[in-house]
Ligand binder design. Structure first.
Ligand code: KIV
Ligand code: ZN
Length: 521
């Protein structure tokens, strides 16, 4: 009889560690939507946010806790009673709540709150005990664990277990560790810490050296049974372990890594697209599993081999991650039902009103572009555009560009329902357009990123433009797609400004959001 395989718990932190990456801010509704998708795909634990960070974070964690059907809902808290109480306030609305509390334990991180080893040990005992008095499911993390002295790490892990932690997470906070070390560390803790066999060890890896997935899998082989990860590997700097990579690695290489997860892998592609949309972080083309080229076979030799037998060059099938095999072309004669069915295949289930709006935009696009491909529709859906109730709307734009400077833009921007018209000059049509927006809606936000991608081939291809802005530490992104690159640029810029306005309202003009890395306790 075959032995049942060990189950590895998938802990998704897209909405916490992922969202804290500068510029990846999501709105309340977007967070709820992503949480619903994570829940539906079989994620075991959703880290929904850091409730003390801002009112917005608190509300998102609370509402996700109320809405989620299956997953454990977890919130992050630093090692103090105020953070922990606030976290509990938010997660207690879940049927399966978890508090995740942490403190930096390496020599470098102990210096931040200026605590001695003994003082920190007392703080861990106090805070984990407090959290456990509120909730049965407690996760504790020694931040920067992989650079913490081994004896001290064993000591504090033992204290946290005795105080009631049920999961001990071992973060490689700065992405410094290598696979063999990652495994050795878990093995060492399992061997040396009394009570280690009564709790679950988790692995939380950052990708600074490109080893996050390898480190997570090595930790599992050594005995960790929870992987912390994000969709698309989203996260600050080089990101976190990518959920899709560990899940597919465990599936495809189950012969040498005999562990199961509860993830429905066919839902991977849709959530990957949606996270890219709402975070404004495009997935690199050659990204493992979810990149645009991950299943593309361009070279003649590969195409020939693929036709003879897909297994020649494919270790997993596109359908396994939810990629539809066909790329049925749509055009101006395609009807509403065909569009609905196509969008459903691409992972977008729209209500009647939403479909009405998208259908109008689809027809406009099909009038300008003979063939509308899957990627065009994804770009259309990705367009963060403007909702009717948003403050700023692009109404009209005409640019003059060419070899003769200065280039100029005539723009009508609607602000709170009132049309404003200006003409502005600039160094190129995009600069002129942005100057025009700034004349009508003056602001101090700095342009951090301006990115243009051609969605498909051909000179009539749509361009997707991403704009990222920063104002007083608040970073926001906007995205738009159009066959006219300058129009897409104007709309993306205005979409980012609309998000900035929401962020200002949420946090007040001079109130900054708390960042978990400002770990002053
Ligand atoms: O990377 C890290 O150390 C973290 C902790 C808060 C778990 O994200
Ligand atoms: Zn992290």
């Amino acid at each position: 009889m075959t032995k049942p395989q060990d189950r590895v718990v998938i802990f998704d932190t897209t909405l916490r560690d992922g969202e804290q990456s500068p510029g990846a801010t999501m709105t309340h509704d977007e967070k709820l939507e992503i949480a619903e998708m994570l829940d539906a795909m079989g994620v075991d634990i959703i880290e929904a946010g850091f409730p003390i960070a801002s009112e917005g974070d608190f509300e998102a964690v609370r509402d996700i806790a109320e809405a989620s059907k299956n997953a454990v809902i977890c919130g992050l808290a630093r090692a103090n009673f105020k953070d922990i109480d606030r976290c509990w306030e938010a997660v207690r609305h879940s049927e399966r709540p978890r508090i995740h509390t942490f403190i930096g334990t390496s020599e470098l991180h102990r210096a931040i709150p200026n605590l001695t080893m003994d003082e920190m040990a007392d703080k861990i005992h106090e805070t984990v005990t407090h959290a456990r008095n509120l909730c049965d499911n407690i996760q504790w993390s020694p931040m920067d664990a992989t650079r913490t002295e081994h004896d001290y790490l064993c000591r504090v892990v033992e204290i946290a277990i005795k105080a009631g932690a049920t999961t001990i997470n071992i973060p490689d906070t700065v992405g410094y560790t290598a696979p063999r070390e990652s495994a050795d560390l878990i093995r060492m803790l399992l061997e040396r810490v009394p009570g280690a066999d009564t709790i679950t060890f988790a692995t939380h890896c950052h990708n600074d050296l490109g080893m996050a997935t390898a480190n997570a899998l090595a930790a599992v082989e050594a005995g960790a049974r929870q992987i912390e990860c994000t969709i698309n590997g989203l996260g600050e700097r080089a990101g976190n372990t990518a959920l899709e990579e560990v899940v597919m690695a465990l599936k495809v290489r189950n012969d040498i890594m005999p562990y199961t997860t509860g993830i429905d892998s066919t839902k991977i592609m849709n959530i990957s697209r949606r996270v890219a949309d709402v975070s404004g972080f495009q997935v690199q083309f050659n990204k493992a599993v979810v990149g645009k080229n991950a299943f593309a076979h361009e070279s003649g030799i590969h195409q020939d081999g693929m036709l003879k037998n897909p297994q020649n060059f494919e270790i997993m099938r596109p359908e396994d991650v939810g990629l539809s095999a066909t790329n049925l072309v749509m055009g101006k004669h395609s009807g509403r039902a065909a569009l609905r069915a196509k969008l459903h295949d691409l992972g977008y289930d729209l209500g009647d009103n939403q479909l009405k709006d998208v259908f109008v935009r689809f027809k406009e696009l099909a009038d300008r572009k003979k063939e509308v491909y899957d990627d065009d529709l994804v770009a259309l859906m990705r367009d963060s555009g403007t909702e009717a109730d948003e403050k700023l709307q692009v109404k009209f734009l005409r640019v003059i560009c060419g070899t003769q400077a200065p280039q100029s833009a005539d723009l009508v921007l609607t602000v709170d329902g009132v049309d404003h018209m200006v003409s502005a000059a600039g160094d190129g049509p995009v600069d002129a357009t942005f100057n025009a927006v700034k004349q009508i809606f003056p602001h101090n936000a700095h342009l951090k990123l301006y990115q243009v991608h051609a969605v498909t081939r051909g000179t009539d291809a749509q361009a997707t433009v991403t704009v990222r802005l920063e104002e007083d530490g608040r970073i926001v992104s906007g995205q738009s797609a159009d066959t006219d690159t300058v129009v897409a640029s104007a709309k993306a810029y205005v979409a980012a400004l609309n998000r900035l306005i929401i962020r200002r309202q949420k946090t007040g003009t001079d109130q900054k959001e708390i960042d978990y890395r400002d770990a002053v306790h």
